[in-house]
Write a protein of this length. Structure first.
Length: 320
């Protein structure tokens, strides 16, 4: 007698249900993976933006705190402008109004400021600026580097970088000069004419917000600065500091009572010429929709203490 064995297995409906449940599980896991990847990328971009903000605040804060530093000379009026520097940067190559000769070398004006500039108006004050983001502040700072480029103790030939502008000083008086020949006798030519003397690199800078980063129209606002090129011919050229910065606002602290603490009694965004030599507060606004692309890490100086949020950063500094 034949016995028929009953085959064991899944029905078609059971297979369809199991396949559907498996597909739902795979899709959920894939979505979880994509969400985690997206969150990691957003966190990386935000961290990079904050790092750029700290670096920008450190750069701008350092320049403001050293505004009017002349290598030991107490006042900028003790500095003479040599023809070698004055003739190298003139007209369209300079950054002042069109008729302002030697604007970049005005050592008696260590800071120049424009509150909430518009591009049409700011060119009457800073002729070299274009593509300016409207409604942002512009600040020009004049100083020399904090480090000595050359310490000359004798009158023998000194060797410096060609086409650089240097402050030659003995700590009492000095001259801004530009070298075409890197070798010079420090005891001839421009004063002071007796050793020892020191040479400091001259660093005029104009900070502003440009409305693009790499290519005009890319929509990424960027904190840039015009700085003196070390080339021939000389010019004020762009050197961008941080991408994604859409606003720059500076508030100046005024010490009316001139007490020993030098603490500001009030703050203003529209200071007069005398008030530009006081404590300042710097605020940078960031464009969260214009986060910069991934770049190789670049070493930057340690940023001083600052406060930050996802959309902005601020810092207080004191002009020298």
């Amino acid at each position: 007698m034949k016995r028929h064995l009953r085959q064991q297995g899944f029905t078609l409906i059971e297979l369809m249900i199991a396949g559907t449940l498996g597909l739902i599980l795979v899709l959920a896991l894939a979505q979880l993976f994509l969400d985690n990847k997206r969150n990691r990328e957003q966190n990386r971009q935000l961290a990079e933006l904050q790092d750029q903000g700290r670096y920008a605040l450190a750069e701008l804060g350092r320049d403001l705190s050293m505004a009017g530093f002349w290598g030991g000379i107490y006042q900028g009026r003790q500095i003479t402008l040599a023809s070698s520097a004055e003739n190298a940067l003139s007209g369209a190559n300079d950054c002042g109004p069109g008729d302002a000769a030697g604007w970049a070398f005005r050592t008696t004006e260590r800071v120049d400021f424009w509150d909430d500039a518009s591009e049409a108006a700011v060119t009457t004050r800073f002729g070299c600026l274009d593509n300016l983001r409207s409604g942002t502040d512009v600040v020009a700072i004049r100083r020399v580097a904090g480090e000595v480029a050359l310490q000359a103790t004798t009158c023998t030939n000194a060797v410096l970088e060609p086409f650089h502008v240097y402050l030659k000083t003995n700590g009492v008086l000095g001259t801004l000069l530009r070298l075409s020949d890197p070798a010079l006798d420090v005891c001839t030519g421009d004063a002071p004419l007796q050793a020892p003397v020191q040479f400091f690199t001259y660093l005029p800078r104009v900070y502003y917000i440009r409305d693009f980063a790499q290519v005009a129209g890319d929509g990424i606002p960027t904190l840039c600065r015009k700085t003196l090129s070390q080339a021939d011919p000389a010019a004020m050229v762009d050197e961008c500091v941080a991408e994604g910065v859409e606003d720059l606002q500076i508030v100046w602290g005024i010490d009316r009572d001139n007490d020993l603490t030098q603490s500001p009694d009030r703050y203003t965004s529209q200071p007069d010429a005398a008030e530009l030599a006081r404590r300042v507060r710097i605020a940078l606004g960031f464009d969260d929709d214009a986060l910069p692309p991934q770049r190789d890490e670049v070493a930057a100086p340690e940023a001083p203490p600052s406060t930050s949020t996802a959309s902005g950063m601020s810092r207080s500094s004191t002009c020298a």
